[in-house]
Design a protein around this ligand. Structure first.
Ligand code: ADP
Length: 381
């Protein structure tokens, strides 16, 4: 439930109490709104008293009579605009001269309600304003979120690239100064470590590219018949060198060869990320299994591992951007915290869902459910 603060400034007590009575029990809801809007009413009999409340409480909506005993409504409106307050102003007035109406319009009055007004006239005006306020709040929230994501994006990028670059620079200087000897064989470890750091940077860049790709407009999608078992097999081939290094065995079980209408690149993103996570967060000698099956109209893919697991608290935010679980077990594992958020966004494009079950130190299962039929989201975005 969201609340909009309404201030009514009118010298007629009957109007003030009428507005309070009508709006106190009024709720606005449009199908596109995620919550109902209600109203909190304050009253002032003069412009001077009204300005005190405006400065103090910053109402969202001002219902303003023009003919007031002291300063006039239009002057209150002018005051609000000069102060650059974000308040929607509705003039309630019985005889607005053209001059007053023009001035009110110039100072950004949103609406005029003639006096006397019916409850319905007041409600319609408030309904419209509420709709505008809602859209304004949503736009503001989206801009803020966008800014936050862009900021995180840049800070992750600079932070995650700085460390490997420093390390590689250190190794190269070591070689330049011939700190360990004259032969190339004396530098096997720094060379290997440099290559690993380069691979880490490459992974990060790939994540960021995937992330940008799904954040931006998706123009060059190619929806076609995709055999998920093929996608799984090639993802396993890609991850295999890493799995060998981690001593993790990967098994693919295809119970039903699922065919889905999709862009193959999107399916690769899902499989590459989830398989590489089940290797990356596994234990030495552990197992990772991918099971592909069909249930009615859906394809169901389970990615199971015998790894470090994820506690219930850590699972809450797992699919948000840049979320990485920080503890002793993950301290030496590098990543961007973008993989799962990318996977979730892609799955949602296909009207699918992803869920996770996990037991700390035993392992995790990520289950992906995708409708087999081509879906509207995937085509439109
Ligand atoms: P990244 O691996 O780049 O950190 P992800 O978005 O892929 O980013 O994963 C977010 C976090 O979720 C990881 O940092 C890790 O702590 C946790 N996580 C992901 N997959 C698993 C898994 N299979 N087992 C345990 N923890 C996992």
């Amino acid at each position: 439930m969201a609340v909009l603060k309404v201030l009514v400034i009118d010298d007629e007590p009957g109007i003030r109490s009428g507005v309070s009575r009508i709006l106190n029990n009024f709720q606005v809801n449009y199908p596109f709104m995620d919550e109902d809007y209600t109203f909190e009413i304050q009253e002032a009999a003069t412009g001077e008293d009204g300005i005190v409340i405006i400065d103090r409480d910053k109402p969202d909506i001002l219902l303003l009579d023009n003919k007031l005993p002291g300063i006039q409504g239009i002057e209150v409106l002018e005051y609000v605009r000069n102060k650059k307050y974000d308040i929607v102003v509705v003039m309630i007035t019985s005889y607005a001269s053209l001059d007053v109406a023009l001035k009110a319009h110039k100072f950004g009055a949103t609406d005029f309600i003639p006096k006397p007004f019916t409850p319905q006239e007041l409600k319609s005006s408030i309904e419209n304003i509420t709709k505008q306020q809602y859209l304004k709040r949503i736009t503001h929230r989206m801009n803020e979120e966008g800014k936050k994501v862009r900021y995180q994006f840049l800070s992750v990028l600079s932070h995650e690239l700085k460390a490997p670059l420093n390390a590689i620079e250190g190794y190269l200087r070591m070689m330049q100064e011939k700190q360990s000897g004259d032969r190339i064989e004396d530098y096997v470890t720094p060379i290997e470590r440099s290559l690993q750091r380069i691979q880490g940077m490459r992974n990060l860049i790939m994540d960021l590219l995937d992330f940008t790709k799904i954040q931006l407009e998706r123009k060059d999608e190619k929806i076609e018949e995709v055999h998920l078992s093929n996608i799984a097999s090639s993802a396993i081939v890609t991850v295999q060198p890493y799995a060998i290094q981690m001593e993790v065995s990967i098994r693919l079980t295809v119970k039903t060869d699922a065919v889905i209408m999709a862009d193959p690149t999107d399916m690769e993103i899902i499989f590459n990320n989830l398989i590489s996570n089940s290797v990356k967060y596994n234990r030495r000698g552990g197992k990772a299994e991918i099971i592909i099956d069909c249930e009615k109209d859906d394809v169901v893919i389970a990615f199971t591992d015998t790894g470090i697991g994820i506690t219930e608290t850590d699972r809450e935010n797992l699919f948000a951007e840049f979320v990485r679980i920080k503890n002793e077990k993950t301290r030496n594992i590098s990543g961007s915290g973008l993989g799962l958020s990318i996977v979730k966004k892609v799955i949602e494009l296909y009207n699918g869902i992803i869920a996770v079950e996990s037991v700390a130190d035993v392992g995790s299962t990520f289950t992906v459910r995708l409708p087999k039929k081509q879906t509207v989201n995937a085509q439109q975005t």
